[in-house]
Design a protein around this ligand. Structure first.
Ligand code: C5P
Length: 206
């Protein structure tokens, strides 16, 4: 079984994907980390993430970079969103994601284009979403727990900017696959969101 989980930043898709992977005993790939590693590597080589040639060169990042906690910061997320608009970058990361999806026994992948590009044959497909306000609240709590101190308004602005870039790019824009189940987590806590996702996978969701 290949489970595709797509959705915007801070929608809850990461939490849901990890929980699904644990529940069904499947390996999990957070594909956002690959784009974050490319964004980070751009900064390391002193290049411009908006330049396609530099961004493509940064796709040969060292594998152990994926283990670095610093990839998870908002700043690296912003770099990731900039490098991810380049079709050559997406192509360079395609094989790795595709191979993960096709491993024997199945897998859970989360990202922006899993159900539309990386594994269109995945079933089930979830598109996890939530209002900007709900997502900003969650991000605020996570960031303050890490000792970062942005305001709610700054986080909302950043989420809106990233949503717009992810939705309006020409290469693999963020959108639900036609056969995706759209799960809105705005009003759900963590446990309720996970139960709802399991019900979708089990085919018992309303
Ligand atoms: O999911 P995460 O916030 O870690 O992703 C960081 C950025 O990487 C996203 O804003 C998006 O621009 C990009 N991304 C993508 N396709 C994916 C996963 C992430 O374009 N499959």
């Amino acid at each position: 079984m290949i489970i595709a989980v797509d959705g915007p930043t801070a929608s809850g898709k990461g939490t849901i994907s990890k929980a699904l992977a644990a529940h069904y005993g499947l390996p999990h790939l957070d594909t956002g980390l690959l784009y974050r590693a490319v964004g980070w590597q751009c900064a390391v080589i002193g290049g411009d993430p908006d330049d396609p040639t530099t961004a493509l060169a940064a796709t040969s990042f060292p594998d152990d970079l994926l283990l670095e906690e610093r990839l998870r910061t908002e700043a690296t997320g912003g770099l990731a969103s900039r490098v991810s608009v380049h079709p050559a970058v997406r192509q360079a990361l395609y094989d790795r994601q595709r191979a993960f999806a096709l491993q024997p026994g199945g897998a859970v992948l989360d990202g922006r284009d899993i159900g539309t590009v990386i594994a269109p044959e995945a079933a089930p497909k979830l598109f996890v979403t939530a209002s900007v306000e709900a997502r900003a609240q969650r991000r605020w709590h996570e960031m303050h727990a890490r000792g970062e101190a942005p305001t709610l308004a700054e986080i909302e602005d950043d989420l809106r900017r990233r949503d717009e870039r992810d939705r309006n790019r020409t290469a693999a824009p963020l959108m639900p696959a036609p056969d995706a189940y759209v799960l809105d987590t705005s009003m759900l806590d963590r446990a309720a969101a996970i139960s709802a996702a399991i019900a979708v996978v089990d085919g018992t969701a309303g």
